[in-house]
Design a protein around this ligand. Structure first.
Ligand code: IPM
Ligand code: MG
Length: 369
């Protein structure tokens, strides 16, 4: 079966890291029993420059028809002043919304070779393995009404709406409990039920799904601010954290950074499984963002993008063996002491984006012999 992939490299370091993913895809096509139908299109600032839209309808149609979308990054300072609907980020948000990618999986794991790179003490983070499950198509990112209005007496007012329905909370809770079932069986659900109605609903609905469908899992409710604090105090108490769109945005950045591996972490955004085909729409993306300050200088770390493709092999294409092969190739290269600038440590060898890609392909070649 040929896997239909849409590459959306986007802005900043997105294109550079995507080039390395393409090399890995080509390697798999040549050396494994896998075939790919690759297409590429524009998203973000580059799309705005060339088409006037953060993503075109034509690119959206391709994304909807693909088995998976491989996304690079969007955004940069040159577009910061753009009107809201002409910001590069709208391209990503439209992909999430129109593809109904409600479940965002963000693993925060500490690679053994990088334990010392964390800002926390090594014993707090060594062996750390957290999965953040962020609700991705609801909440304050999309709730109506939203906007900025002039006030009659002068000044303006801005409104964003935090909104969640029973079904939205229940379906993301199920994803979290199902994942926990394959891990340590413990879900923390983070909200602000002490100040927000959406937090109260969130807590009640997660409890309901737990009590009716996942009684054998452990469920702990935690206020989102306390969760942020506990993540730096004692991160290893967490297994799976399920939370809303905005808290998930913040907590996942925090969790990623405390692994010392921000440039290393992949993510998957998944839709509901089609009841007939069993397939789910999916988008895979490194969590590091566009990093305009280092773009185009062969400094970016391509590992997060390559590991995002490994998640694609696992969750969308059902090729667990190849996913594990890529993950072990990454670990091997780190064990060889090779580092991009973001994870450079004394006594290690610094390589560029292409050099890191070369090294990973070399390990893959050796494995194929
Ligand atoms: C993320 C990013 C996005 C978000 C931006 C780029 C819209 O920060 O994926 O975490 O806020 O969701
Ligand atoms: Mg974010």
């Amino acid at each position: 079966m040929t896997a239909k992939l849409l590459l959306l490299p986007g802005d900043g370091i997105g294109p550079e890291v995507t080039v390395q993913v393409r090399r890995v895809i080509d390697w798999l096509a040549a050396n494994r029993d896998l075939s790919f139908d690759l297409d590429e299109d524009l998203v973000g600032g580059i799309s705005l420059e060339k088409t006037g839209e953060p993503i075109t309808d034509a690119a959206m149609d391709k994304a909807m028809a693909a088995d998976a979308v491989l996304f690079g990054a969007v955004g940069g300072p040159q577009w910061d002043k753009n009107a809201f609907d002409k910001k590069p980020e709208r391209g990503l948000l439209r992909l999430r919304k129109d593809m109904e990618l409600f479940a965002n999986l963000r693993p925060a794991l500490c690679f053994p070779a990088l334990t010392d790179a964390s800002s926390l003490k090594p014993e707090l983070v060594s062996g750390l393995d957290i999965m953040i499950v962020r609700e991705l198509t609801g909440g304050v990112y999309f709730g109506e009404p939203r906007g900025i209005e002039k006030l009659a007496g002068g000044g303006r007012k801005a409104v964003d709406t935090q909104l969640y329905t029973t079904d939205e909370v229940r379906r993301i809770a199920r994803v979290a409990f199902e994942l926990a079932g394959k891990r340590k069986g413990h879900v923390h659900s983070a909200e602000k039920s002490n100040v927000m109605h959406t937090g109260v609903l969130w807590r009640e609905e997660v409890t309901h799904i737990h009590d009716t469908e996942f009684k054998d899992m452990k469920l702990t409710h935690i206020l989102a601010d306390n969760c942020a604090m506990q993540l730096v105090r004692n991160p290893k108490q967490f297994d799976v954290i399920v939370t809303d769109n905005l808290f998930g945005d913040i907590l996942s950045d925090e969790a990623a950074m405390l692994t010392g591996s921000l440039g290393m972490l992949p993510s998957a955004s998944l839709g509901a499984k089609d009841p007939v085909s069993g397939k789910a729409r999916a988008l895979y993306e490194p969590i590091h963002g566009s990093a305009p300050d280092i773009a185009g200088r062969n400094l970016a770390n391509p590992i997060a993008a390559i590991l995002s493709f490994a998640m694609c092999l696992r969750y969308s294409l059902n090729h667990e063996a190849e996913a594990a092969l890529l993950e072990s190739a990454v670990a091997a290269v780190l064990d060889q002491g090779l580092r991009t600038g973001d994870i450079m440590q004394p006594g290690k060898t610094q390589v560029g984006t292409t050099g890191m890609g070369d090294a990973i392909l070399k390990v893959l070649d050796a494995a194929a012999r």
